[in-house]
Design a protein around this ligand. Sequence first.
Ligand code: ZN
Length: 676
Amino acid sequence: MKKSIIAAALSAAITTSAMANALDPNNPSGTVVDRFADIEVLRYTVPGFENLTLDQKKFVYYLTEAALAGRDILWDQNGKYNLELRQLLEAIYQNYSGDRSDRDFLAFEKYLKQVEFGNGIYHHYSTDKFTPSFTPAWFDSQIDALKESKSGGNGLPAKVRIDQLRRLIFDAGYLPKRVNQAEGQDLIATSANNMYEGVTQKEVEDYFAAIKNPDDPTPVSYGLNTRVTKINGKVVEQPYKIGGLYSPAIERIVENLNKALPYAETAKQAESIKALIAFYTTGDLRTFDEYSILWTEDTTPVVDFINGFIESYGDPLGMTGSWESIVNFKNRKASARTETISDNAQWFEDHSPVNPRFRKPEVKGVTAKVINAAILAGDAYPSTPIGINLPNANWIRAAHGSKSVSIENITQAYDDASHGNGFNEEFVIDAPTRKLLDKYLFITDNLHTDLHECLGHASGRLMPGVDPDALKAHGSTLEETRADLFALYYLADPRLLELGLLDNPDAYKAEYYKYMLNGLMTQLMRIEPGKDVEEAHMRNRKLIAEWVLEKGAPEKVVELVKQNGKTFVKINDYRRMRELFGELLAEIQRIKSEGDYAAGAALVEKYAVKVDPALHREVLDRYAKLNIAPYKGFVNPVYTPVTDAAGNITDINVTYTEDYLPQMFRYSRDYSPLTR
Ligand code: ZN
């Protein structure tokens, strides 16, 4: 099942920790760079970069260049007019010479910031099209102004189709959603992403059914790097590769990977980079698997990166990978925690509450480390995950293991940003529970992430002959459910105290409380009134929380209670709650191991999708009063080579001063091979 990236969860908004430092005026981690619509843009820092060797710094630098070079790919995958749209909006903004407090201009500025954040015209999370609040007349006047500005060196961008973009911006019913998951509709025809063109869902499914060999024990990731379209009535795949789609951007990625290559830390890392270059050159998915295996097995380097078509959430059928890159290096201190967990992986597998038939007899290659991100790019920017678990191919995971990381400087930035935002005071039931969260949520939240990534996704096995995609559209949700339940179950295990990971047998209650609060109530702040829960991680949390609420009702394990007209989560029996997590884990693992689509779909549909409108309204109202942005993202640091008189790089400088729109404009200027 495809899942690997931990979304930056709501945990971010709720975390307040006695263990974290208060916001330090000299440390920009967690500072707010921009705030608009439902978004807050933060800064993260890259502690430890200064301690890397010069070769490691150069390695990081060229990899960050390779990361930034792919930006346009993701924009185009997200919608076929996105690159044109970006050029036009940025040209209007930069050409504007009128009053900057003008209502239409401010509305336009907000819209531009939203589009930049969404890597296109759709919201990064809901995938709904943004609604402009500037007028068509104002827009037209800016087009006229652009046309007249030509002598000033500005003018309309050359390849931009104004009428098309005008309709895209103002006609709400036109291409309204990037990824449509609504059951019973043609998910391809109704999704506006640019991974398919002129084909129906049935045509795509028939096409892949015809080329897939169900008996292949090592299947490639079909459709991962292609757009599917029709030529002369025949369904064909157009690969993303040098000489194929997105060639100018891919060439530039490869150019920088080649520059990075001499600084690879191990022979295997060099081999994996060469394999990645070969994949970008040929588009051959077998080569991608070779690269993935080399990358997975190469666990020793300090500096590591992902760069490619990885996660498939942008495709309603879950096949095509959205382009992304994260460059990172090991955070040695924090890695001790996850090393302990991964060293004990077999113990956790052997003691899990699932049917022994579905356990892995030998858990292979669960490596875990804590990293600091050096750059976020493509689908990992500005909104970014707090952990990664790759590769996605099931057979590679089974045979070669997987790499699992937590991104500590990102979690730290979230935590730094969350101090004193009033969230716990509003939503947590009483002072003792708030105290528990203050004391233990940061560490238990980190441990939850570690357990989810290091053990949860790596646990369990499919029964022979079970199609890894058997759970189809519900696969992502159920995979996240499985990993979360594994983590929740073990957070309360005395083993964590024996291993020295926790120092209090009640610490786990902090994460249990937050998890139930989030799944039952507070994550609803991300949903618009009247809408269903759609995103896989949100569905997963709701599924778990609602199921436990219902199954625990006879014993009042957990309740929703009213105090002063407000709803609160009240947990009466934490030990019983742990057993319920274990029971649900056993069932979800059975569903996955046996490929029981009907049972999986029934659970998702019953517990994970529908929202209680009254509770939803209440959460939105209470949350609105706190004035906390429901979504957060980041600006990147700026890396600048320092050279000597002969032009040799003697150091790489890192600075944390660039603002949000200036960063976007710089990227559009310097890293936009697809708009030339
Ligand atoms: Zn996950």
